[in-house]
Every structure is written in C-alpha cells, then in structure tokens.
Write a protein that binds this ligand. Structure first.
Ligand code: AMP
Length: 454
C-alpha cells in the first residue's frame, strides 16, 4: 500500500511538515480517510482515540484552505473546552511545522468572550476549532461569517450527542453553505447520531477502524472482581491454584511489593521481589536467580514491568490496576512471549470499573472470571454489551495483534525513548478519557438535580 503522506495532492509544505513532526507513515485511519476527504467527500469515521484520527482530518482541511483568502474556510467542533484546546494545539503544531500562513482560532465557552471577539477580528481565522455553544453564539451574533466554509468536521460526535450539544451543531450546520463537506469522527455511531448525520450528508463514506491491538492474541487476559475479599489472600489462592512455571505479581508501590512479598513468604511461598528501592546490584542478582529457576514467584513494581526480560512467565497477576494505564500493557506483555501461551489475571473492585473501561478503549480485551471450586471459570459481566463488542473487535484484530506482538518482542534501540513517548501519549489519552468520564458524570448529576427539583 502506498503511503498517503507521499500523495502529491497534499501540499509539499504539509508533506515536509509531517516529516518535521516525525510522522513517516500514515496510520490506518489516515490512509482510509485522507484520500476521501481530499476528494471532497463526506466521511463518517468510527475510530478510537489514539488511532491518529485528528491528523486524518486536519491534513485535508489544511490542504484545502487557501491562505490568501482571509475568511473562515474550515470548522472543527469538539464537545469540551479541553478537547477543543488539544485539537487547537495539534492543528497549530502541524501548521507551524509546515510553515503555512494559515490563521487558526480557538473558540470555547468559559474563556473571556470579549477577548475572543477582539482576537477574532484581528486574526481573521481561516480554520476554527470550537465548542458547539460558543460557535453558535458567534454565528448568531454574526461575528462569524459561515458562507465561505468548505469543510465542517464534528469530532467526538458521540460525546457531542451525549452532552446534548448536537442541537447547537445542528443550528450551525443549517447555516452552512449547501456544498459544504461535512464529516464526523466518533468512537461509536449511535442510531441517533447516524440519523442526524444523514440529514447533512448526501452519500457519506463510512469508515470503521478497529481499535489498535495491544495485547498479544496468545494471552488469556482475565479480570477478577474480588468484591470485598482481601487482595493478598486472593493472590495467594491464584498462585497456589495451578502450578505456574513462573508467576509475576505486579503491585503499584514499593510498600505494596514489600507487604505482598512478606505475606506470601509467610504463607510458605519462595518469593523474590524487585522494585525501585532495591539496589541495582541486588535487582540484577534477583533477576539472575529468577532466570535460573530459583524462584517460582516474583513480586514487582512497574519499574520492573519495563525492564524485565525473563522467558517463561506463565502467569501475570495485577494486584491492582496501575495509575498509568499504559503500564498494564507492559505488565501483561511479560507473559505470552515468543508465541507461547500466556495468562494474566487482574484483580479489581467495582469502583475500578472506570479504569477497566479506559483500558478497553485502548484496545485491551478482558474476559471476566470468578473463582469457583478452586479454579478460574468464565463469568458473565454486568457490562455484557461492551464485552461482546470487545470480543468482536478481538477477532477482527487477530492479525494486527500478531504483528504488534511481534513488534513488541523485538527490542529495538531507542526502546526507552519509545516507552517514554508512549507513556506521555498515554497520559494525554488518559486525560481525554478522564474528561469524557467527568463530563458524563456531571451530566448525570445535572439530570439527577433536575429530577429532584421537579
Ligand atoms: P489521535 O488519535 O489523533 O489523538 O492521535 C494519537 C497520537 O498519535 C497522537 O499523539 C499523534 O500525534 C500520533 N500520530 C498520529 N498520526 C501519526 C503518524 N502517522 N505517525 C506517528 N504518530 C502519529
């Protein structure tokens, strides 16, 4: 497949800009979306955060803007101020790297309206990144002239619907020129959203991109709801249930590693431990002993998840979900290496389900299990619908997963840097997800208050 980043329909400045920001190869969503948008056709894209969807629409939008024409030519909406701000920063980064003289504005509620109006008049933006409310406000007051808009993109469309902002988008969309190309990007496409989009798009191309695969297909990745039971006891039970060749138990802090290792030793297991508080020499010695088969159990912190290179880890137990979700992928990836079957069990309590949802959004699939008759058995999940969807994604992704798993096995130079970048990126994605959760939570609270007021 040719790389759409080399397509000559993209301005040379943008192609150079991509190289400058280090984007060499287009992601799946970019390869699918950019050619269609360059052809000025509407798209409805179902793609997760992290798929590279932002650049999938920003590139055609910036490509289509005539720098000499000082009018609003493209608009992107996002359902929150924070998301709009993030998009704005990404758009500016690409514009600056390309050296294109395109004026970009950020319109969002909550910030000083008068200042935004003054800035707007001064900068004469050609691309606008906005929240629906402020966009409608500016269009209503004729501060913003919509009659020359060529492209209109609704990002995070499902969330826009969830937040009740679709009616604002609708009012703006109704005033756009008839030949505007409208596109929507969303993690899911609920029926209500599909109906809305059909109103403005004649024959949109529908593009569905599976979540990127992050866990090797050879790993059975279990989720164990422990309810009010003691975590340590459950870990002991799991470790002694079968005969793991080598079990790795991850805890979030040094203290927890110490506590858990002490507990398991007291119970009679021969346990090794490593964490950041242990000297480098001691850590190396422990790892050597583990590799030599002197220990069957190793309790470790996340520091170890990245550095550990031990073959034959047959079981990974997550005593708890790490604060930084990206670590989960490294932890689980310690088992099922080199095509061997692997098994991971993550202990959770109900209040951690939000974090599980975050992981699922990152493409991590779990099987829900319980301990019955001294063994782990499948259990139906109270969020069964979500589960079924993940299972489907998993089948579709099997091949991609294999490729990812293979790539993960090969430790390349610059590995540490890559991990660092991945973690930074994960933090960014995590913030996005948290914003989504927070907004949904606020919406529920508002609804409850309204109901109580009646
Ligand atoms: P998004 O899904 O748009 O939030 O993008 C996820 C992350 O991938 C962002 O940090 C982008 O900067 C990065 N990214 C997007 N496209 C590419 C690409 N073609 N090559 C490398 N990184 C990319």
């Amino acid at each position: 497949m040719t790389n759409i980043f080399e397509d000559t329909r993209l301005r040379p400045e943008l192609r150079a800009g991509l190289a400058k920001i280090g984007f060499k190869k287009a992601t799946k969503v970019q390869s699918a979306v950019i050619p269609v948008m360059l052809d000025h056709q509407s798209v409805i894209v179902q793609a997760a955060t992290g798929s590279g969807k932002t650049h999938a629409y920003l590139l055609p939008l910036l490509n289509d803007i005539d720098p000499a024409d000082q009018c609003v030519q493209a608009i992107v909406t996002a359902p929150s101020r924070e998301l709009a701000d993030q998009l704005y920063q990404v758009a500016r980064q690409l514009r600056d790297a390309s050296g294109l003289a395109i004026s970009i504005a950020h319109l969002a509620g909550g910030s000083d309206r008068d200042r935004q109006i003054a800035k707007f008049a001064q900068n004469k933006p050609q691309l606008i990144v906005a929240t629906p409310g402020r966009l409608l406000d500016f269009a209503d007051k004729k501060i913003l002239v919509l009659d020359r808009v060529k492209n209109f993109v609704i990002d995070e469309a499902d969330m826009t619907l969830d937040m009740g902002f679709l009616s604002d988008v609708d009012k703006v969309a109704a005033r756009l020129p008839k030949d505007v190309v409208m596109s929507a990007f969303s993690a899911t496409i609920p029926v209500k959203l599909a109906n809305f989009l059909r109103k403005y798009m004649a024959k949109p191309q529908e593009i569905v991109i599976d979540n990127p695969a992050v866990i090797a297909p050879t790993i059975k990745n279990d989720l164990l709801d422990i309810g009010s039971k003691d975590r340590k006891k459950i870990v002991y039970q799991l470790l002694t249930m079968g005969q793991p060749y080598l079990a790795l138990v991850f805890a979030n802090t040094k203290q927890k590693v110490d506590e858990l290792a002490a507990y398991l030793s007291e119970k009679g297991l021969r346990v090794a431990k490593i964490h950041g508080g242990i000297t480098e020499r001691e850590r190396k010695r422990t790892l050597r002993e583990v590799r030599n088969g002197q220990f069957q159990y190793l309790v470790a912190s996340d520091l170890a998840a990245r550095g550990i290179d031990i073959d034959g880890v047959s079981l990974v137990i997550n005593y708890e979900i790490p604060k930084d979700l990206e670590f989960m992928i490294h932890r689980i990836g310690r088992t099922g290496r080199n095509g061997l079957p692997g098994h991971a069990v993550t202990l959770i309590r109900e209040e951690e389900m939000d974090r599980v949802a975050g992981l699922e959004k990152m493409g991590v699939h779990f099987d829900f299990v319980e301990i019955k008759g001294g063994e782990l058995t499948a259990r139906s999940h109270y969020r069964r619908r979500d589960n079924r969807k993940s299972a489907k994604t998993r089948t579709v992704n099997a091949q991609t997963k294999g490729i990812v798993a293979k790539a993960k096995r090969k430790k390349k130079p610059g590995y540490k840097k890559k991990i660092k970048r991945a973690i930074q990126e994960d933090n960014r994605q995590q913030r996005k997800l948290e914003q989504r959760h927070e907004m949904r939570h606020q919406k529920r609270l508002r609804k409850r208050k309204r109901e109580q007021g009646r």
